[in-house]
Design a binder for this molecule. Structure first.
Ligand code: ZN
Length: 497
């Protein structure tokens, strides 16, 4: 690690804190390309662990991975009217295929070869509905070809003006699921199922509690019939949209002529869904669990779950301490725990603690000469708490501690969210709440886009979701919090990333 730098405390500047944690934990770095980031090995390992867990869940629900082109003919995007409108302002285009030497010096040594202009420009995928459903039209003929359940892991480009590491970058990584079904009910069930899969992943693996529900028309995906989303509350009381799942209806099927022959011999359009989560989740992990010392990684997704720091003064001590440290490490490896023994002689234990804390390692084992003599190690949890543990049976003790840490992180995040949620707010209470730091505000909503726009203008808050039943207030409001007209649904409002 380069020299350690101080992390700006959250209370001083939350936004600076966030950037500092990412840089200090070596999750990502700014790149020479504006708006694009480099995901460094520690951050990429978290992504790989996320991918592995999610991919298993996608496979278990019947989905198969495939890969579609990065480039999409521009005309494809135009086939679905809402879709093109939603993405038109942020697409990158490939218009030429060659450069040529100019004979000039420096940056002007090459220029676009005007003779290489493409007949039809290609869009760098901002999402893949159009290219995937163009292929579905080829592959789906009869009801026997349905449902078609596909997923791809890939990169996406959406030209962003204001970017934040992991949260909003011009290029990001994600998975996008795309399915085709015979009936609307099946597509709806699929969109709901994937929302549940994401929730399980985000709660059980990321230890990040989420609220699920439906988006209002003004917040739904461009081209969808209905959009469902997962929303988590970050430590600064802003909401993070952590994933979306769309029932696309027959919009794309009609645009791309994806039809199937029914059992009775008729011809019908398929019903599509699409759903995705992105590297933004790593930002969510930081914003949910990090503290002023850096990242706190939930054990399920920690690249290193346990770091062992041996402590010695003399050479004789070094030998006995390292012997115990190696045997503890081997026990943990055998138990399938991701462990690192940090035996670097040039670094003092304190410097090692500092580094691994910043990187979010959930559990540290310190082993000094006195510990060896007592056949024990000292355990120190990243989120707080020190206790000795016997060397004998250390793998079991550590596994239990990691489970406890995972559960405690989820519990703490959930309690924090509930402490920053208000229900049944009046307009006055809502305004005060948003002015005083915000959080999730549950209130009645008349369904009007005018109320939504006014609220956004005055408070910067948007409807995050019309929450699913289990999140709704016991007493569902009867009137719109803003205009007083009858409420059509309870809504969760928050300022959002
Ligand atoms: Zn209203």
């Amino acid at each position: 690690m380069a020299q350690a730098q101080k992390i700006t405390p959250r209370a001083k500047d939350f936004s600076e804190w966030y950037n500092d944690v990412i840089i200090q934990a070596e999750l990502a770095d700014y790149s020479p390309v504006r708006g694009c980031m480099v995901i460094r090995p520690h951050g990429y390992r978290i992504w790989e662990l996320m991918q592995r867990a999610l991919d298993d869940m996608l496979r278990a629900t019947g989905h198969e991975n495939a890969y579609f082109p990065l480039f999409i003919p521009m005309s494809f995007l135009a086939k679905e009217a809402e879709h093109v409108e939603g993405f038109a302002k942020e697409v990158a285009l490939v218009t030429h295929t060659r450069l040529k030497a100019t004979g000039k010096a420096g940056a002007q040594a090459v220029a676009v070869d005007p003779d290489s202009a493409l007949e039809e420009p290609l869009v760098v995928r901002p999402t893949s509905e159009t290219i995937i459903y163009a292929m579905f039209a080829k592959w789906i003929q009869s009801y026997r070809d349905l449902p078609l359940l596909m997923n791809q892991w890939c990169n996406i480009v959406r030209w962003e003006l204001r970017t934040r590491l992991f949260l909003r970058t011009t290029e990001f990584l994600w998975q996008e699921g795309h399915t085709a079904h015979a009936t609307e009910a099946e597509a709806e069930a699929e969109a709901r199922q994937m929302l549940a899969v994401y929730r399980k992943f985000q709660e059980d693996w990321m230890a990040m509690p989420v609220i699920t529900g439906r988006k209002t028309d003004s917040e739904k995906f461009a081209g969808a019939l209905r959009t469902y989303a997962l929303e988590a509350l970050m430590q600064d009381n802003k909401a993070l949209q952590a994933g979306t799942s769309h029932n696309l209806g027959q919009n794309f099927a009609k645009a791309f002529n994806v039809q199937y022959q029914t059992a009775a011999g008729g011809l019908e359009y398929v019903w599509n869904t699409s759903w995705g989560v992105t590297t933004r989740m790593i930002g969510g992990l930081v914003l949910t669990h990090g503290d002023d010392n850096g990242l706190i990684c939930p054990p399920q997704l920690a690249p290193i779950q346990v770091v062992i720091v041996p402590i010695w003064k003399s050479d004789a001590e070094q030998e006995t301490v390292l012997r115990t440290a190696v045997s503890v490490r081997d026990d943990l490896v055998k138990a399938g725990i991701r462990v690192k023994l940090d035996g670097r002689p040039e670094l003092k234990p304190g410097a090692k603690y500092f580094e691994w804390e910043a990187k979010g390692v959930p559990l540290r084992l310190e082993i000094g000469p006195r510990d060896v003599a007592a056949a024990q190690v000292m355990t120190a949890r990243r989120a707080g708490g020190k206790a000795p543990a016997k060397v004998e049976g250390i793998a079991r003790t550590v596994a239990a501690a990691l489970d406890e840490i995972q559960a405690a992180l989820f519990q703490a995040a959930k309690e924090r969210r509930e402490a920053h949620s208000i229900r049944g707010a009046t307009k006055a209470q809502f305004l005060e709440f948003m002015k005083g730091g915000g959080g999730f505000a549950y209130g009645g909503f008349c369904g009007s886009a005018i109320c939504e726009a006014e609220i956004k203008r005055e408070t910067a808050a948007t409807v995050r979701v019309l929450p699913d039943e289990e999140f709704r207030s016991p007493q569902v409001p009867r009137t719109c919090m803003w205009c007083g007209k009858p409420s059509i649904a309870e809504a969760v409002w928050a300022q959002a990333y």
